[in-house]
Ligand binder design. Sequence first.
Ligand SMILES: Cc1cc2nc3c(=O)[nH]c(=O)nc-3n(C[C@H](O)[C@H](O)[C@H](O)COP(=O)(O)O)c2cc1C
Length: 281
Amino acid sequence: MFPQSAAAPWRALFLSGLEKSSASPFTLSTIAHGTGSPKLAVPRARTVEFRGFFPKPASSLHPSAIDALKAQNIGLNPEVYESDVFSITTDVRMGKVGQIGGSTSDEGGTGDRAGEEAVEAVFWFEKGVKTQWRVRGRGVTIGSAKEEDKERERRVRERIFKRMRLCDGVDKDSKEMKEWEWERQVTTYFASHTPAMRGSYKNPTPGTPRSQTPSNPEWRLNQKVEDLRDPVARENFRVLLILPDEVERLDLSNPEDVRRTNWAFVEDGDGGKWQETELWP
Ligand SMILES: Cc1cc2nc3c(=O)[nH]c(=O)nc-3n(C[C@H](O)[C@H](O)[C@H](O)COP(=O)(O)O)c2cc1C
């Protein structure tokens, strides 16, 4: 039932570099398809903030966010799962979501076409580490409550679940296992933002001309959101997850011994395992 039984071999190294360098922003690239015929594939890249491996534990939130989850009767997900799936938060109206097929209206369509969800993330941990990490995989989003997204949401959750494992010491038949919910997990990510950051999901559509009046009168800049179920903000809020297929570390900390290591995820009947290869730099 839980195909992933052990943490990825690169995980501890990655987290240690992240902690030492305190560099949580990274570059996320996607593929966009231009207009015209044939539709040319073009790269798109932007800076985003790493929000930890999925699922973000409620205990990592600011005390005020934990209080808000409790006070609004949402509660805290029990900390029973972990994974090596990278998470970020984003707005469904932004280009990257359509480019990975995460929005119904956008160029990506349903996300069924091969290669469409391909993403590459690049981290540069400079301070004290001097190491580049490149993560190649599939980008998917969760967090839509729309009827038309129900089937995709279900399929995506299934794929993410295949990459999840139980935390050490958790009994799979325990009561807390049954209390874990996907919706509450998405809300935990929403709660992890400040009220002002939550308000940004009610901004006018990102990337549209400022001269245009927003089509929704509730879309304005500088709003603060305390209600974790705020329907206008939540309609746009998504958690974007990167299911890694290949992870590569370039360690420049010792110029006389530059190391490049590649880990490739090979799926098999037991869920899959990581294969490590030492490369010439
Ligand atoms: C330091 C920094 C952190 C950012 N973090 C995020 C983030 O976590 N999620 C996000 O959607 N955009 C984030 N942005 C904004 C993106 O770089 C980008 O402008 C936005 O996502 C729209 O890009 P897109 O239309 O290509 O999707 C961040 C920008 C900076 C400079």
